[in-house]
Design a protein around this ligand. Structure first.
Ligand code: CUA
Length: 171
């Protein structure tokens, strides 16, 4: 069977491109823990403050039903609530965010924490901050005139220091 030289060449090139893209997807997924969002969970963004989960008292760090740490934040023009969150470094954490108005994003540069926060849905991602330090969680979806000042401080402390905090002793 005769295959034209050019056709053969382009078959090889197209296959190489597909293999490269597949390798990139596989590599970022396995090595960097980067995945498309998979959580589909609705919430009434107009009444977040009246929900059990996203009422003001429940925001910040808490223990989930399985004992793991959960951080809940509300994204609202132009801030994340609460404005400061302290977490243990090198610990897998469930992040749950909901928007009270428009589409926001949250991104912690240097980590794999990055997701859109679409009104009407709960954004849930799992991730960790490996190194202790101060991090800025930024809004990375344009949400209005105050977009560039929308951020919150994430302080990652060494796990030993976290366990010594009042209320965390012995757990
Ligand atoms: Cu919120 Cu940009």
């Amino acid at each position: 069977m005769h295959i034209d030289r050019h056709e053969r060449l382009w078959t090889v090139i197209a296959t190489a491109i597909m293999a490269t893209i597949f390798a990139i997807i596989l590599g970022t997924s396995l090595a960097l823990d980067i995945h498309p969002p998979s959580n589909v969970e609705t919430v009434d963004s107009q009444r977040l403050h009246l929900t059990d989960e996203f009422a003001a008292d429940n925001l910040g760090v808490s223990r989930g039903p399985d004992g793991g740490l959960v951080v809940r934040l509300v994204a609202v023009r132009y801030a994340f609530v609460p404005r400061e969150v302290t977490i243990p470094a090198d610990t897998r954490i469930t992040w749950r965010l909901a928007s009270a108005d428009v589409t926001h994003g949250f991104h912690v540069p240097g980590t794999n924490l990055d997701s859109m926060v679409v009104p009407g849905y709960v954004s849930e991602i799992h991730g960790m901050i490996r190194e202790p330090g101060d991090y800025a969680m930024l809004c990375n979806e344009y949400c209005g005139v105050g977009h560039q000042s929308m951020w919150t401080r994430i302080t990652a402390v060494p796990p030993r220091q976290w366990r010594a905090r009042p209320g965390e002793g012995g757990r």
